[in-house]
Design a protein around this ligand. Structure first.
Ligand code: CUA
Length: 331
């Protein structure tokens, strides 16, 4: 390929990559929530202003390179220093503040009284999610949040160990989760779809493996889903899943995990009552398939370094397989 065509191809590829970066399940530039829309508006205005300033500075630089050197002129030097060093930055920052400040109240406001309430607690390295009912009744799940579209939702955020940061880039801004304190965030999804949430504050070895799925659906579908999540787990219907349940209970998994409807009622690890219905396992690290469950249970530290869950690789392969099939059946 001639050099010129190569250059064209490279420019096209770079452009395509840049545009692709604006799409996806985890992009502030493809907003799917009220907060994210505001943030995107602010971003584009700031990016536009930055381009204008960059062009002006480059223009001045080129002008100085290609004009004849003139004798030093104190008055002009002062004008440039005061103008470029004080007046222009003050005007630019002033305009940005005047434009940006009115966007803020919406970003930090609470959802109206009576809105859906979700409590999320960050832990190394997963998310405990509780849907709070109007009568104080709660249903607990982990690493997945479902929301009804076009309805405000109030998040109550806490941490179980160190500082984490709760962020769903497609829906809105991020808020820190601080041990011993409760912080708040109101979001309102505007489009159905599957988005990705992340921890945005370094919190230890596997900080980058602390994700969650956010599924925005129509209100009726959301209500149906939440009703189902409140139900206890269905008893296993196949012999292999039944054996998996025995393996689960006999090996002490229930000391850390809860499966409502069984005697497993541990509270320090993720609730597994409907784990089979989630999109991923290990807080967004593996797809939710029997083989991945098998891999996770046999050696969780190979997938997520530093994780508290002990490995169960010493169990016979057949036991691991039935355990994976049992967990997968918990829809
Ligand atoms: Cu939790 Cu980073």
């Amino acid at each position: 390929m001639p050099t010129r065509d190569l250059r064209h191809a490279a420019v096209l590829a770079a452009g395509a990559l840049l545009l692709a970066g604006c799409e996806g399940a985890q992009s502030t530039l493809a907003p799917a929530g009220r907060g994210a829309e505001r943030i995107a508006v602010l971003f584009w205005w700031m990016a536009g202003a930055a381009v204008v300033i960059w062009l002006a500075v480059m223009g001045l630089a080129l002008y100085s390179m290609f004009t004849r050197v003139e004798p030093s002129n104190n008055a002009r030097a002062k004008f440039l220093i005061i103008g470029g060093g004080a007046v222009v930055p003050t005007v630019v920052l002033g305009v940005l503040i005047i434009f940006g400040m009115p966007l803020l109240p919406d970003l930090v406001a609470s959802a109206p009284e009576g809105s859906l309430k979700v409590e999320v607690r960050g832990a190394q390295w997963w998310w405990r999610v509780r849907y709070l009912g109007p009568e104080g009744d709660a249903v607990e799940l982990a690493n997945e949040i479902r929301l009804p579209v076009s309805e405000p939702v109030q998040f109550e955020l806490e941490s179980e160990d160190v500082i984490h940061s709760f962020w769903i880039p497609s829906l809105g801004g991020k808020v820190d989760m601080i041990p011993g304190r409760r912080t708040h965030l109101a979001l309102e999804p505007t489009r159905t779809g599957i988005y990705r949430g992340v921890c945005a504050e370094y919190c230890g070895t596997s900080h980058a493996l602390m994700g969650f799925d956010v599924v925005v659906v129509e209100k009726e579908e959301f209500d149906r889903w939440l009703r189902h999540q409140r139900q206890p787990a269905r008893p296993p219907s196949e012999p292999v899943a039944e054996r998996g349940q025995q393996v689960f209970l006999a090996n002490g998994c229930g000391a850390c995990h809860t499966i409502r409807g069984t005697e497993a009622n541990g509270v320090i690890a993720p609730d597994l009552t409907h784990v089979g219905s989630r999109l991923s396992i290990g807080a967004g690290t593996l797809p939710n398939e029997p083989d991945d469950f098998h891999q996770w249970i046999a050696g969780p530290k190979r997938v997520k370094p530093g994780v508290l869950m002990p490995a169960f690789g010493m169990l016979p392969q057949e036991d691991l397989r039935s355990l994976a099939i049992y967990l997968e059946s918990l829809e």
